[in-house]
Ligand binder design. Structure first.
Ligand code: XUL
Ligand code: CO
Length: 435
C-alpha cells in the first residue's frame, strides 16, 4: 500500500440520506433495475489519463498537482499503477481504461516504448489477480508526440502511418491479453489545421486502411471485443474527420467497415458538434453503432472540451433512456473521461469527482427506468407513429408502392391528412415527473 490515499476509507453505498461525502448515496451496485444489476447497466470505468497522468496544466500554466509518481522512469510508472489500483479498490470500480502513454514512459525507440508498456501491463495483470477491476478498453496515444503533429493514420508521411500502426499493434495485443472488452480509436490529429495543405480524399483512404489493418489484426489474435471510433468534431485539430456519429457512419459505409466498428460516444464531443448527447446515442442506436460511452460534460460558457464530471440528472436521464431502449451498452460501459479541476489538488478530490459522477449516473438510470416502467411516454410516441402500422403504410415503407400508386391512392381515397400536435410541452412536463 502507498500512503497517497491515507485516511480515506473505501466508498460504500449508504443511501440517499447519508451525509458522508465519500459514500454513494444512489449508486448501489447490486440494486436491480429493470431486471439487471445497476453495475451491469452502468459498467463504470476510471480513465487513467485524467486521473493519474494529467498534471493540472492549462494554456497559461503548467502542473498544479504534486503526485509522487510524476517522473520519467518505469519506477514512477509502477508507483502510478499502485495508486491507480488503490483508487479502483477504494471506489469499488469494475473497470478502467488507458492509453499506452498514460501508463508507461515513451522510450528512445518504439521497441523500448512497447517494452515499457508491456512491463506495466504485466504489473496490471498481477494486480488484476487480486482486484475485481477489469479493463473496459485500451487505446494508443497517437496525438501527443510531435511525430504525430500532422496526423497518425492520416499523416502525409507513410512512415508515420506505419509507426502508428506498430504502436496500435502493441496496445491492441496488450488490451487483448488483459481481457479488455473494447479497443478505442480516437483520432485526435486525424483531421487538418488548414485545407491549404490537405488532400481530404487521400487522408480518408489512409484512415480506412489503418482501421482495416486493426480489424484484421484483432481477428488474427482472437480479440472478440468491440473496435470503437470516438467521434469528435475538432480539438486539437481544427477539423476532425470523425466529426460526429453521422459522419462516422458515412465513412464506415463507404469503406464497408460498418459491421466491424462501433462508436464510443462522448458527451462533450456531441456538444462540440452542436448535438445533444442523447441525439448521438439515438442516432448511433438506430444505425447499429452504439458501442460505449465517455461520460463527462462541458462548461456551457467555455465552448471547449472541458471534460468535467457529469452533474445533471435530467440531461443524463434522457441519455440513459436512449441506452435502455437500445437494449443497453453490451460490452461497452460508462468511462469517466473526466478530470477534476486544476485547483482540486487533494487526493480526496479524485474520489469526490467519481463518487458524484457515479451517483448522477445511478439517479439517471433509475429515472430512465421509471419512465419506461410507467409506460405513458412510450405510449405517446407509439401513438404518434401508429399510422405506420397500417397495411398501406407498411407497403409504402417496404418499397412495395410506386410514386404513381401512392399518388393514385391519395386521389382515390380523397385523403386530407390533418396536422396533430407534437405535444412538446406536455412531453417535457411528463419527463420532469421522473427526473
Ligand atoms: C479526447 C478524448 C480522449 C479519448 C481517448 O477528447 O476524449 O481522451 O477518449 O483517446
Ligand atoms: Co473520450
Amino acid at each position: 500500500m502507498t500512503d497517497f490515499f491515507k485516511g480515506i476509507k473505501p466508498v460504500k453505498f449508504a443511501g440517499p440520506k447519508s451525509r458522508n461525502p465519500l459514500a454513494y448515496r444512489h449508486y448501489n451496485k447490486d440494486e436491480i433495475v429493470l431486471g439487471k444489476r445497476m453495475e451491469d447497466h452502468v459498467r463504470p470505468a476510471i480513465a487513467y489519463w485524467h486521473t493519474f497522468a494529467w498534471e493540472g496544466g492549462d494554456p497559461f500554466g503548467g502542473r498544479t498537482f504534486e503526485r509522487p509518481w510524476f517522473g520519467p522512469s518505469l519506477d514512477h510508472a509502477k508507483l502510478k499503477a499502485d495508486v491507480a489500483f488503490e483508487l479502483f479498490d477504494l471506489l469499488d470500480a469494475p473497470f478502467f481504461c488507458f492509453h499506452d502513454r498514460d501508463i508507461a514512459p515513451e522510450g528512445e525507440t518504439l521497441a523500448e516504448s512497447n517494452r515499457n508498456v508491456r512491463a506495466i501491463a504485466e504489473v496490471f495483470q498481477r494486480k488484476m489477480e487480486k482486484s475485481r477491476t477489469r479493463l473496459l478498453w485500451g487505446t494508443a496515444n497517437l496525438f501527443s508526440h510531435r511525430r504525430y503533429m500532422s496526423g497518425a493514420a492520416t499523416n502525409p508521411d507513410p512512415d508515420v502511418f506505419a509507426y502508428a500502426a506498430a504502436q496500435v499493434k502493441n496496445v491492441l495485443e496488450i488490451t487483448h491479453e488483459l481481457g479488455g472488452d473494447n479497443y478505442v480509436l480516437w483520432g485526435g490529429r486525424e483531421g487538418y489545421e488548414t485545407l491549404l495543405n490537405t488532400r481530404v480524399g487521400q487522408e480518408a483512404d489512409q484512415m480506412a486502411r489503418f482501421i482495416s489493418l486493426v480489424i484484421d489484426h484483432a481477428r488474427k489474435i482472437g480479440f472478440t471485443g468491440q473496435i470503437l471510433i470516438e467521434p469528435k468534431p475538432q480539438e486539437p485539430s481544427k477539423h476532425q474527420y470523425d466529426f460526429d456519429v453521422a459522419t462516422v457512419h458515412g465513412f464506415l459505409k463507404k469503406y464497408g467497415l460498418e459491421q466491424d466498428v462501433k462508436c464510443n460516444i462522448e458527451v462533450g464531443h456531441a456538444f462540440l458538434a452542436n448535438h445533444s448527447f442523447e441525439h448521438e446515442l439515438a442516432l448511433a442506436a438506430s444505425l447499429g453503432l452504439l458501442g460505449s460511452v465517455d461520460a463527462n460534460r462541458n462548461d456551457l460558457q467555455s465552448g471547449w472540451d472541458t471534460d468535467q464530471f457529469p452533474n445533471s440528472v435530467p440531461e443524463t436521464a434522457l441519455a440513459f433512456y436512449q441506452i435502455l431502449k437500445a437494449g443497453g451498452l453490451g460490452k461497452g460501459g460508462f468511462n469517466f473521461d473526466a478530470k477534476v479541476r486544476r485547483q482540486s489538488i487533494d487526493p480526496a478530490d479524485l474520489l469526490h469527482g467519481h463518487v458524484g459522477g457515479l451517483d448522477v449516473l445511478a439517479r439517471s438510470l433509475k429515472a430512465a427506468a421509471a419512465i419506461i416502467e410507467d409506460g405513458t411516454y412510450d405510449k405517446v410516441i407509439d401513438a404518434r407513429y401508429a399510422g405506420w402500422e397500417e397495411k398501406e403504410a407498411k407497403a409504402m415503407l417496404a418499397g412495395k408502392r410506386s410514386l404513381e400508386q401512392i399518388a393514385r391512392r391519395i386521389e382515390r381515397e380523397n385523403l386530407d391528412p390533418q396536422p396533430r400536435s407534437g405535444q412538446q410541452e406536455y412531453l417535457e412536463n411528463l419527463i420532469n415527473r421522473f427526473v
